[in-house]
Design a protein around this ligand. Structure first.
Ligand SMILES: [Mn+2]
Length: 382
């Protein structure tokens, strides 16, 4: 059995005030493109089931363009004759009952199954049960809904759990109304063949669990997300479970990348500004989002060097953002402002002193990942 899992497509998201040739916000178009790439892959792979774990749209009330795009893509998916199961995430759940859930518009498609009513819903097929727990505004209800899920596990079929939440506090996105899955209920994961998660925007397995995965988002919803790899999961479950129901067969999980606009980081050392400008690395910057960090700035230089001037240094980039990092010896108030930026390097330097080269390399990757996760969390607002 092959299940294609994707999530957090955030249709309708827009950013950076750059328009494309069709006068559509370029980043908004990027999100449509990412979604369409997954649909193309679905047409090639032809999985047995398709699942989406929330935040289909960026907002609870998306724009007409986002809705029209989604309907067009859903028509393609529906025509494949493959069951497509979707749950609501925090972004697509209205916060009051004044507004209807947007996923309702997909009711009536033959092969599309929806879960948006803020309660547990079991979606059952001949060989598999999808246990869906969509986003719930009222967290006090969650426990009873999880217990319902637990009662409905049937060992004669495959059991797939679908949620949009943070498992533990680690995967919080610092957004309004996020839901943290209660840790005392994590034992349920062992009763499942696969647990499909949405909310966290990076791909990965969750902690000690072998069968619990975030597929990640299909694009980045903030410049704080430095990941250049986005995609979806293809899960393969074999048929052994029915014969040996007491044994848990680890799901075979494959991560498939899509092509997204790269985000690149470049540094210009202002201690030798002219030289650094001359020697700047322009490779691969065509159509990329380029984040230029001006380092060792003095207060005077900072006034002199205009962002527009820096942007001109990377003329082929789709967008250039400029970050300023001041010389250490400068005014403490200025240093405070850029604390997040320099803390990472400061920390790396500290590690370098204490670790041997090999260990440093290993830790460096980990530290950069943690810092980018931190930055994403602090940047990612509704
Ligand atoms: Mn999301």
């Amino acid at each position: 059995m092959k299940i294609l899992h994707f999530s957090d497509t955030h249709l309708g998201y827009n950013d950076l005030e750059v328009l494309n040739a069709e006068n559509i916000n370029q980043r908004e178009a990027d999100f449509y493109d990412a979604f369409a790439q997954v649909v193309t892959q679905i047409q090639e792979i032809r999985p047995d089931y398709i699942i989406h774990t929330g935040d289909l749209f960026h907002r609870a009330s998306p724009s007409n363009r986002a809705i029209a795009f989604a309907l067009e893509q859903f028509r393609i998916l529906d025509s494949l004759g493959i069951p497509f199961i979707l749950i609501a995430g925090n972004h697509s759940t209205p916060r009051t009952n004044m507004s209807a859930p947007i996923l309702k518009i997909f009711e009536g498609f033959e092969n599309i199954y929806l879960s948006y009513n803020q309660t547990y819903k079991m979606i059952e097929f001949a060989d598999v049960i999808f246990h869906t727990l969509p986003h719930m505004n009222d967290e006090t209800q969650a426990l009873s809904q999880i217990e319902l899920c637990e009662e409905n596990v049937h060992k004669s079929k495959k059991n797939i759990m679908m949620m949009h939440c943070s498992v533990g506090a680690w995967y919080l996105m610092q957004e309004f109304g996020e839901w943290v899955y209660p840790s005392e209920k994590e034992y349920i994961f062992k009763m499942m063949d696969y647990v499909a998660l949405g909310h966290w925007h990076g791909f990965g397995a969750v902690g000690k669990h072998e069968n619990v995965y975030y597929s990640g988002s299909t694009e980045r919803t903030s410049l704080g997300d430095k990941r250049n790899s986005k995609g979806f999961i293809l899960v393969t479950l074999d048929g052994a479970n029915a014969k040996t129901p007491s044994l848990f067969d680890a799901a075979h999980v494959e991560y498939k990348e899509i092509q997204i606009r790269p985000i690149l980081q470049r540094e210009i050392d202002c201690e030798a500004y002219e030289n650094a400008v001359e020697k700047r690395d322009m490779s691969d910057t065509k159509d990329a989002i380029v984040e230029v960090k001006l380092t060792n700035l003095t207060a005077l230089q900072s006034i002199d060097i205009q962002n527009a001037e820096i942007k001109k240094l990377f003329p082929e980039a789709m967008f250039v953002s400029v970050k300023r990092e001041f010389k250490r010896s400068q005014n403490a108030a200025i240093v405070d402002d850029i604390e997040v930026l320099s803390l990472e390097n400061h920390f790396l330097e500290h590690i370098k002193e204490d670790a041997d080269a090999k260990e440093y390399e290993r830790l460096k990757g980990k530290i950069q990942e943690l810092f980018s996760a931190y930055e994403e969390m602090s940047d990612d607002t509704l």
